[in-house]
Structure formats: structure tokens, C-alpha cells
Design a protein around this ligand. Structure first.
Ligand code: FAD
Length: 511
């Protein structure tokens, strides 16, 4: 009869034949997995939920298909190198039909400042200059400098900045673009905006332009990210995936499987297994263990280093990172199904509303609105639309409540949001057909993100993106991918992180 240790090691060697295990199927995790599978690696993705996508997932209720979070999608351009979602899909021979959005955001700001960011760059500038004619030169110079950042990024293949062979190659191919990026890496958008612009209201507008995706004012938003967002919206544009945002993850999974990779759902990793300090495998909630040459975590850094690994053994580099970056708030999300006549003629897909600059960054201070059915009517029953609204909210404000108190608080918060939204959609409360409210607790539960956070934000003003970690960690064999790695939040950003992680792991595996 086989000894116990022999059967354990046989079991381990059977399960040890993966090149890489990816914990989580957010877009960061799936891009890593598909990049690796496309290079011939044997990859296993373990996802705790029942579908892939994480914050880019979806849910269906009464004929509506709601996006969980992301809906303003960058990265589906047709040219250049920054169209990372298009490229990630192509790498595994899949594609998605997308619908171009003619306006990125319709802003509804204090003092009746109403502005649309048109896909057409000059049209956007004209609209902004009409509001601030005395700042025409400053406006053109600030957004012009954003283009310089973007043009540098868009000239080169975006892979791992931790890989010296790639860095050398790209430097010799594009020396000026590289030097341009090095210059901007430690800078924040606010410092550059203040160089050219002095009107306080216009600077507030630029704060909002940053806040709506970085959840930080311009002074704390890295110029690299600002350059990317403020230019790509006019270059590749904002494009909505037909069938909903959930399609992106679904298609990546199709591509992963076509390329020989595997994914398991309802597979919650509870522990990253270490041997002599090296990450060698994972243990699931059901007790099953899997082993691989490389382990990649798509969970947030807080979840990875405080829950999947013993917090008391947290590497010094992680402790330093936690001193520099903190968790941003989560969101209060309101998913509405409404009668079509609620929307005034000419309504745009994405809106941002704040009534008072002083509370812009406070919980519930700014409201984000997305109406994807204006682009893809198939997501709602005929004659109806989806209005997805969300606003920053802290976990602390939703804890310690009885089930009844929790329900009442959710309903009161939803009623308040609907009332505020009536500034844009005057008859909203009369046209409600379906309503579902999510809180930071919902985000934590369904997305597996510590405190339901949207992602890391600097604790204090930092030098641009220099403090954001890349994919390798202090633990040999363990990598992180997703929004708590360079370059941060957003689907195209985590796709960048996925390309970089896939590249770094492939080089380490000798592929
Ligand atoms: C309300 C909201 C609106 C947003 N709007 C936009 C937008 O308009 N445009 C945009 O570009 N971005 C937007 N974002 C941001 C964007 O969605 C995220 O930055 C991005 O999706 C994060 O991807 P990720 O790969 O880092 O991880 P996540 O999406 O967090 O995915 C991680 C995955 O890992 C799984 N997981 C975690 N722990 C484990 C474990 N222990 N075992 C197994 N699986 C695990 C999770 O279930 C999840 O599927 C929005 C986000 C939110 C919340």
C-alpha cells in the first residue's frame, strides 16, 4: 500500500502541472491568463463568483441586463497601441462588436456649468472655451500637453516595465517617446494644469475631469493616467460593447478556453501556499489545493496580503505601499429600470452631477450616471431604459445596522438620489419600473474587494505614478495584477496591467 506522503506528493505533482494559476477573473486577471495561454502556458483561473468579470460583470433582473460597475469603456479603438481591450481579445482570436458613444460625459456642475465632452476633440475644446473664453490659450496648452503623453504611450507596445529586455528594445525603437514618458512619470495633472490655467472655476472643472475616474482631484492624479484618458476619448473614443460590459469577460473566457486555458467558478481561494517562502500553489475554501510554477493574484493588494497570506508576515515593501496608498471609498449604486419617456430628447449616455464644488469629493457629493440602453436598447425590455447611478460611499456608514435599519437606510439613500437626479430627468420618480440598490457591503460581497473599495488612492500627494507597484511582489513566484498595480483603476488600465503581468510571467517561465 502506498504511504501517505507518497500519495500526497503524487497528488501534488498531478496538480502541479500548471504554469500559472490566476486568482480571480477580473479583466486584469483574464488579460494575464489569455496572454499567457496565447504564448502556450498551461493556465488555470480560479474565480470565487459564478461568472467572470468582477467589477466588469453584469446581472439580470426582469428583462434588464445591468452592468455591475464599469460602463464608460476605453481601449476599444482600432489603431495605435493603447487599444488594449481590442488587442487582448485579438490575442486569443475573439472580438466584440462595439457601439461608439458620441459624447463621453455630459457634466452638470455648480453655477449652471453645463458641458459635454464630445468625441470630436475640437468640438469639445470649442464648448469649453465658450465657457472660459479668457482661458483659451491655457485650455489648449493643458489638453495639448495631455496629447504629448498619449502620443508617447501610443507609439510603443505596452508591456512590462519590469523587463529590461523590453525596456531596452522599446528605448532603441522609440527613444523620444520613452524620454517623454520618463519626464511625465513623476508629475501630476494638477501641477501641469496650474502652469497654464488660473481661473479657479476652470481648475475645479479639471479637478472633476480627474475625479470622475481617479476619485482624486487633479493635484493627486498622475499625469500619465490623465494624458491617457483626456486624449484617448477623442482618439480611440468611448465604445460600448454590444450585449453589455459583461461581454468583455465572457469573450476573454471563450478565448482563454480556445487557447487551452481553464477556468473554474465558485472556486474561492482562501490561501496562497508557500514553500520555503516561495508561492507554489493555492488552497480553495473547499479544501482543494492546486499547484503551479507561478501564482498571480487579481484580488486587491489588501485582500492578497492580509487575507490570502498571513498578515503578520507582510513583506516590508507591502507595508510601505500601505503607508503611501489607502483604500478609496466604495459606491452606493442604484440600478433603475425606467419608462423610456423619462429621458428628455437628446439625452447622452453618461452624466456627472454635483451641485456644490465644496462637497465634490465627499460621500454622495458627486453622482455618476450611465444609461447604456441609449447605445444598446437590447439591454432593457422594449420602451424602457436602464439608468445606473452610483456615488462614493464608505463601508463604515453601512455597518452595525439591523436588517431592517439597513433596508430603510438603502431606501432613504435611493430616494435622495432619485430626487437629485430629477434635476436632469424631471419626471424620473413617475417612470420607475424596477429598482435595486447596492451598498459598499454589496460590492464587498459580490466583488470580493476589501471594504468594497474602488481601488487604491494616494494617502498624500505623491510624485505621479512612481509609487504604484508593478506586477512582481516581494514573495518569489507571486505576482499581482489589476487595479492595485500600475497604472491603476479602469478597464483599459487593468488590461495594461494584465499585458504587463502576462509578459513578465512569460519571461520568468522562459516562454
Ligand atoms: C461602480 C463602478 C463603476 C466603474 N466605472 C468604470 C467605467 O465606467 N470605466 C472603467 O474603465 N472602469 C470603471 N470602473 C473601474 C473598473 O471596473 C475596475 O477598475 C476594474 O474592473 C478592476 O478590474 P480588476 O481586474 O482589477 O479586478 P476586479 O474587477 O475586482 O476582479 C477581481 C476578480 O477576482 C475575484 N476574486 C477576488 N478574490 C478572490 C479569491 N480569493 N478567490 C477567487 N476569486 C477571487 C473577484 O470575484 C473578481 O471577479 C468602475 C468600477 C465600479 C465599482
Amino acid at each position: 500500500m502506498q504511504s501517505l506522503s507518497a500519495s500526497v506528493s503524487q497528488q501534488k505533482s498531478q496538480d502541479n502541472n500548471y504554469d500559472a494559476i490566476v486568482i480571480g477573473s477580473g479583466i486584469g486577471g483574464l488579460v494575464t491568463a489569455t496572454q499567457l495561454a496565447a504564448k502556450g502556458a498551461k493556465v488555470l483561473v480560479l474565480e470565487r463568483y459564478i461568472i467572470p468579470g468582477g467589477s466588469a460583470g453584469y446581472f439580470e433582473r426582469e428583462g434588464y441586463r445591468f452592468d455591475v460597475g464599469a460602463s464608460m469603456i476605453f481601449g476599444f479603438g482600432k489603431q495605435g497601441t493603447t487599444n488594449l481591450l481590442t488587442r487582448a481579445l485579438e490575442a486569443v482570436n475573439v472580438s466584440i462588436e462595439t457601439i461608439p458613444d458620441p459624447v463621453q460625459i455630459h457634466y452638470h456642475l455648480p453655477d449652471r456649468l453645463e458641458l459635454k465632452v464630445h468625441r470630436d476633440y475640437e468640438k469639445f475644446l470649442q464648448e469649453l472655451i465658450a465657457c472660459f473664453p479668457h482661458e483659451e490659450k491655457g485650455i489648449r496648452r493643458f489638453y495639448g500637453e495631455c496629447w504629448q503623453v498619449f502620443n508617447c504611450l501610443n507609439a510603443m507596445e505596452l508591456l512590462s516595465l519590469e523587463e529590461i529586455g523590453y525596456l531596452t528594445r522599446v528605448f532603441f525603437q522609440h527613444p523620444f517617446a520613452c524620454l517623454g514618458l520618463v519626464k511625465y512619470l513623476p508629475q501630476n495633472a494638477g501641477d501641469i494644469a496650474r502652469r497654464y490655467i488660473s481661473d479657479r472655476k476652470l481648475l475645479k472643472f479639471i479637478d472633476m475631469e480627474c475625479y470622475c475616474w481617479s476619485v482624486m482631484p487633479a493635484s493627486h492624479t498622475p499625469m500619465i493616467n490623465a494624458g491617457m484618458v483626456f486624449s484617448d476619448r477623442h482618439y480611440g473614443g468611448i465604445n460600448y460593447p454590444k450585449g453589455g460590459v459583461g461581454q468583455i469577460a465572457q469573450k476573454l473566457v471563450d478565448g482563454l478556453e480556445k487557447a487551452g486555458g481553464e477556468i473554474q467558478y465558485k472556486a474561492r481561494v482562501t490561501q496562497i501556499l508557500l514553500e520555503k517562502g516561495k508561492a507554489v500553489g493555492v488552497k480553495l475554501a473547499n479544501g482543494k489545493e492546486y499547484y503551479a510554477k507561478r501564482i498571480v493574484s487579481n484580488a486587491t493588494r489588501w485582500d492578497t496580503f492580509e487575507k490570502l497570506l498571513p498578515p503578520e508576515q507582510m513583506p516590508a515593501a507591502e507595508k510601505r505601499w500601505q503607508q503611501r496608498y489607502t483604500k478609496s471609498p466604495s459606491f452606493l449604486s442604484l440600478h433603475l429600470g425606467v419608462k423610456a419617456d423619462v429621458l428628455p430628447i437628446g439625452t447622452e449616455c453618461h452624466h456627472i452631477l454635483t451641485e456644490n464644488w465644496d462637497i465634490m469629493e465627499e460621500p454622495e457629493g458627486t453622482i455618476f450616471v450611465s444609461i447604456p440602453t441609449l447605445l444598446d436598447p437590447s439591454l432593457a425590455p422594449e420602451g424602457h431604459h436602464i439608468i445606473h447611478t452610483f456615488t462614493p460611499s464608505w463601508m463604515e456608514d453601512w455597518q452595525g445596522l439591523s436588517p431592517q435599519e439597513y433596508q430603510q437606510k438603502k431606501e432613504a439613500a435611493a430616494a435622495k438620489l432619485i430626487h437629485r437626479l430629477e434635476a436632469i430627468f424631471p419626471n424620473l420618480s413617475d417612470g420607475l419600473d424596477y429598482q435595486e440598490i447596492g451598498t459598499p457591503r454589496t460590492h464587498r460581497r459580490f466583488l470580493g474587494r476589501d471594504d468594497g473599495t474602488y481601488g487604491p488612492i494616494p494617502q498624500r500627494k505623491l510624485a505621479g505614478l512612481l509609487g504604484m507597484p508593478f506586477n512582481r511582489t516581494s514573495i518569489p513566484g507571486l505576482y499581482c495584477v489589476g487595479d492595485s498595480t500600475f497604472p491603476g483603476q479602469g478597464l483599459n488600465a487593468v488590461a495594461f496591467s494584465g499585458f504587463a503581468c502576462g509578459h513578465r510571467v512569460a519571461v520568468d517561465l522562459g516562454l
